[in-house]
Write a protein that binds this ligand. Structure first.
Ligand SMILES: [Zn+2]
Length: 249
């Protein structure tokens, strides 16, 4: 398959070009500071920011997204792959996505109604991508931020990749580790935490928009783990040359 890794790398060079170096530097130092303060062994521990990951949160905006943003605070930057029909303009979901952007998180396209795109006609797929692409463009515009143009397939149901890249200029994003949090609707936070603790540096980790996700995020600092957002200033500067099988399930 290899779509996520190869495509991600292909887009990485382009992203590097407009990566704001200052904000990256600020973000890294900010993360280290936060982790050292919240670590379990006091401020002088070398555990601080021992590992940086890219935590991605799919299927929002949902009611739990507010608590996830609160848990992340300024310490962790997340990437949300959002469903268009849950954030139509003027809806509470739209406002929540805007709030995420204004706090520095990234948002990406996860289709309009979360279908199996591999089974969809070209026209259906095009509408699914476009409706959400328009909403996300509006959100980034309103937040005054650069849109990194990220896309993730619902159900990992891969199809119409050429169209997604060429017509919309989207970068297809997969993941390195799946917490499988959907199996317990996010309640098995211990399992998710175990997978995150075992994840390799700079790995992309898949979670979903559940209240339990906030619980997991609040524990990251204690383990010296910090999350960064994908996109400019995010994954692009790292090799991301690893592709793990789903490790624990
Ligand atoms: Zn999904």
């Amino acid at each position: 398959m290899g779509f996520s890794r190869r495509d991600f790398l292909a887009g990485a060079a382009a992203l590097l070009a407009d990566m704001p170096a200052r904000s990256l530097e600020a973000r890294i130092s900010g993360l280290s500071g936060e982790a050292s303060q919240s670590g379990p062994f006091g401020q002088d521990t070398e555990l601080a920011a021992a590992k940086s990951i890219y935590l991605t949160v799919d299927d929002g905006p949902k009611a739990s997204m507010g608590s996830i943003l609160d848990a992340a605070g300024d310490a962790h930057m997340l990437t949300f792959f959002l469903i268009g029909e849950q954030m139509t303009k003027g809806s509470p979901g739209y406002d929540m996505a805007l709030r995420a952007l204004r706090r520095g998180h990234a948002i990406g396209n996860h289709s309009y109604s979360h279908p199996f795109l591999a089974k969809a006609s070209a026209n259906k797929a095009r509408m699914e991508i476009k409706q959400t692409d328009d909403i996300i463009a509006s959100l980034y515009n309103e937040a005054g931020r650069h849109n990194p143009k990220l896309f993730r397939f619902p159900y990992r149901s891969i199809g119409h990749e050429g169209m997604i890249r060429r017509e919309f200029g989207l970068q297809i994003v997969g993941w390195d580790y799946d917490t499988s949090d959907y199996r317990s609707e996010g309640r098995n936070t211990g399992k998710s935490m175990g997978i995150i603790r075992g994840a390799q540096e700079h790995a992309i980790v898949l979670m979903h928009d559940y209240p339990g996700t906030a619980t997991v995020i609040r524990q990251l600092g204690a383990y010296g783990i910090a999350s960064q957002a994908l996109g400019p200033g995010g994954a692009a500067q790292y090799g991301l040359n690893v592709r793990h099988p789903v490790p624990f399930c």
